[in-house]
Design a protein. Structure first.
Length: 396
């Protein structure tokens, strides 16, 4: 459990983490779990305080205690909401904390005298504050808040003539029990957030490794030709004024070397662009797996002929990018089937739930035109939470 500055003890969003990292369905469920756990502990303390206030014989004091408890519960709920909303505006978060502190101060004279035993009702509310402290503030400030709450509980009981030891025991023992419960949920939230960041980092690492591999291949391909061109250019510059014939010869050789390097570069780029369908399938499955998406691949027994495979490579690459860009899928299936003169690629994922971006912003619609030119068709549709991309190519 780590935190810095005045941010809540919950995990702050890493700037390198994509915007959807903390808004995926899994993280939303985790956030609700943390809030539910904190609500259970606070509700138990408030319920015990309400039972104690029922022993108050004066209805006016009962109303006073109810109002003070309600105000504190509402303010505390807002502060707890802040603790699990990393993208909440900083100004809003500070005002929620200020409101909680104000409600706490007001609750002491309103709730403290209420009940059969002076100070006991507020001791239960103090336990709620102690239990929520790990979620409201960083560790060093949370410990200060816990100690201050125990002191206020003791001072309230002493001021009202109640048993100081009982009040402190209720606040400390019950509050620490609720705090431990909340810390467990907080750790769960932290680990889920870190796991999401780890999956995103693995995906970025896989892409970076691919770029480095391509860069290394290009360097190995051109370094000799470019070095020779540089040396011949230096030689030609020295010979320009003393040996025109030799200079022309060196310039001709430089032109030949440059043309050869350009041809080799074009061949290399064409090789990268014409990645086989099986290789592209392995790449998509590896990148999706690194991003936490369970990927299942079904391939035909034999490789497809280039006329059928090449048009499907772009569709598969764009479909995989579509899954990663939306970042909501938990599973994805890739199936490639072949008949005598037809090949069909089907990519299905479960990332089309409510709030998922539409396909208009992706490159899939543009692929339909290119597939049509290649004698194929592209279909995309949603069915519940699943999104399907189906590309069919016919041999010409």
């Amino acid at each position: 459990m780590t935190a810095t500055g005045t941010r809540p003890a919950g995990p702050a969003r890493n700037p390198a983490t994509p915007a959807h990292a903390l808004s995926t369905p899994g993280m939303r469920r985790t956030r609700l779990c943390v809030l539910a756990g904190a609500t259970i502990g606070v509700a138990a303390c408030v319920l015990l305080a309400a039972l104690e206030m029922r022993r108050e014989p004066d209805p006016r004091w009962t109303v006073s205690g109810s109002v003070g408890s309600l105000v504190l519960v509402v303010a505390l709920a807002g502060a707890l909401y802040r603790s699990v909303m990393p993208r909440l505006a900083a100004t809003t978060g500070r005002w929620l904390l200020v409101g909680c502190a104000t409600a706490t101060v007001l609750s002491v004279p309103l709730v403290g005298p209420v009940g059969g035993t002076p100070g006991r009702s507020w001791a239960f509310l103090g336990a709620a504050l102690v239990g929520a402290a790990p979620l409201l503030l960083p560790v060093r400030y949370a410990a200060t808040l816990m100690a201050a709450t125990a002191l206020v509980s003791a001072a309230t009981a002493w001021w009202l003539g109640g048993p100081v030891g009982d009040a402190v025991t209720i606040t400390v023992v019950l509050g620490l029990s609720v705090a431990v419960w909340n810390v467990l949920h907080l750790w769960f939230w932290t680990f889920r957030a870190q796991a999401g960041e780890g999956r995103d980092a693995l995906a970025r690492l896989a892409a970076a490794e691919e770029r480095l591999r391509c860069a290394g291949d290009v360097y190995a391909l051109l370094v000799n030709e470019l070095s020779a061109i540089v040396l011949k250019a230096e030689l030609a510059s020295r010979l320009a004024l003393v040996d025109g014939e030799r200079t022309r010869k060196e310039a001709t050789e430089m032109r030949a070397l440059a043309a050869a390097a350009l041809a080799r570069m074009r061949e290399a780029v064409h090789g990268y662009r014409s990645v086989g369908l099986r290789e592209q399938t392995d790449t998509v499955a590896r990148v999706l797996g690194a991003s936490g998406v369970r990927c299942t691949v079904t391939l035909p027994g034999q490789d497809l002929p280039p006329a059928l495979a090449e048009p499907l490579v772009s569709v598969l690459r764009e479909a995989g990018t579509h899954v990663l860009r939306h970042g909501r899928a938990r599973w994805c299936t890739v199936e490639i089937a072949r008949t005598a003169s037809t090949a069909r690629l089907t990519v299905v994922n479960d990332g089309a739930g409510d709030g998922a971006p539409g396909i208009d912003g992706s490159g899939l619609p543009g692929l339909a035109d290119r597939l049509r030119d290649a004698g194929g068709t592209l279909r995309t549709w949603r069915e519940g939470d699943t999104f399907t991309v189906e590309a069919t190519v016919h041999a010409q």
